[in-house]
Design a protein around this ligand. Structure first.
Ligand code: ZN
Length: 418
């Protein structure tokens, strides 16, 4: 009986998109990048049935009743995966982070988030790992539900809810913190494990910790949680089947996160060759967020030319050191610091700073899928979700082509295009 009820509930919860897609789709692009092979396949087609990819290859028979979509000059790629977003933030040159957290009402932030979700999907990002609502509570869980129920358009979401910081470490910093909204949930010692479990029960797919931060405005970042605290938090998350992302820019914050068993480290600005070797040994992935550093430097008046600000020089050096050590790189720009829908900015910087376009594309598709444990997407293979994007040109040669999105299919349903 219980099983029957569970089945009925599953049927009731099925989004309209899955039920609606009766007609098979045959996509015929000029070339196909499958998410894994650096060289695109010329003349391959993809057959979509329901919400899945049914067939991929050079000689696919057209089933009766199929809709054929020709994509001349275009490359079909897997739906891209944004690795580090904040759908509840908008660019800091519009409104400072402090003012967004302290002064913007939740309804305003949510209305913006709806638009941000649509912009993300329309830019070809069919999945996003959203790393904290930054003071907007558990609203990411509700936003995700609205997308999954077909009420609004947006990417598939992995959410962390409020994220967790050590008491006093995070912002906003005002004279009396007791009267301030907080950018994340504060927890310490045994309370940290309680916070992890509470956030998971409220809907967190991942757990996000801040491993270091500026304790006072104008200070450099310094570690927050002790190694023991972080170990306990990671153990509680892993035990509940959730992976852990740790914000860390200092070498010591990174070291603690790695030793504690974090799955990804966000930013890593001051990572040294030794720290990146340790990441390689422990299999910790780095989400370098080059675009956030680039955006903030521009907001502070940099014109993009020499002389380069110290923060950018440091970032270039740590990115090069991470690559030299063979650290697995996530594609995640910290989008929200800059405009949603501009997610490709991170990919352009990764390529501009030395990665091949094909490696960048792999990071944004199969790479992020692997790091995030999403084995149902990230490549164009039979049986995987039909999350597909067609772009003008060949992004394996020129990464900027991912900005020319002409077709977006999510779960077999066309959400942008002909
Ligand atoms: Zn972030």
């Amino acid at each position: 009986m219980r099983l029957l009820i569970a089945l009925l509930m599953l049927l009731a919860a099925a989004p309209p998109a899955a039920a609606q897609s009766g007609e098979p789709l045959l996509l015929r692009p000029a070339r196909l990048y499958d998410g894994l092979d650096a060289r695109p396949h010329i003349g391959w087609s993809v057959l979509v049935q329901g919400d899945h990819i049914a067939a991929v290859g050079p000689d696919i028979a057209t089933p009766a009743g199929a809709r054929i979509i020709d994509l001349p000059g275009m490359t079909l790629i897997p739906g891209m995966i944004e690795g580090h977003s904040h759908l509840f933030l908008h660019p800091y040159n519009e409104t400072s982070w402090d003012d967004q957290v302290l002064r913007e009402p939740l309804a305003l932030r949510t209305a913006r988030a709806v638009n941000h979700a649509r912009a993300t999907l329309q830019a070809g990002f069919t999945t996003t790992r959203d790393l904290g609502t930054e003071g907007a509570g558990y609203s990411d869980v509700g936003l995700k539900q609205a997308i999954d129920q077909g009420i609004i358009e947006g990417p598939r979401m992995l959410v962390v809810t409020r994220a967790i910081v050590a008491t006093g470490a995070y912002g906003p910093k005002i004279a009396d913190p007791d009267f301030a909204a907080r950018g994340a949930e504060e927890a310490d010692g045994p309370g940290l494990v309680v916070a992890v479990r509470h956030q998971i029960s409220a809907g967190a797919d991942w757990v996000k910790l801040y491993g270091d931060y500026r304790w006072r405005p104008g200070e450099p970042s310094r570690p927050t949680f002790s190694l023991e605290e972080m170990q306990a938090a990671v153990a509680a998350a892993h035990s509940a089947g959730r992976k852990v992302a740790v914000h860390a820019g200092t070498a010591e914050g990174m070291r603690r996160a790695i030793l504690a068993g974090a799955d990804t480290i966000e930013h890593g600005d001051e990572g040294t060759p030794e720290i990146f070797r340790l990441m390689k040994v422990h299999g910790t992935a780095l989400c370098p967020t080059l675009a956030a550093s680039d955006a903030i430097a521009h907001y502070r008046g940099w014109n993009g030319a020499a002389p380069e600000p110290q923060a950018i020089t440091t970032k270039r050096a740590s990115f090069a050191a991470a690559r030299a050590a063979g650290v697995t790189l996530c594609m995640g720009g910290d989008v929200g610091v800059f405009a949603h829908g501009e997610n490709a900015r991170e990919m352009e910087l990764m390529a501009g700073w030395g990665m091949s376009p094909a490696d960048v594309l792999a990071a944004a598709t199969s790479g992020n899928a692997r790091i995030f444990g999403l084995d149902d997407r990230g490549a164009i293979r039979p049986g995987l979700l039909a999350d597909l994007v067609a772009v003008e040109g060949d992004p394996t040669v020129d990464i900027a082509a991912v900005r020319s999105v002409r077709l977006v299919i999510k779960g077999g349903r066309i959400v942008k295009g002909p």
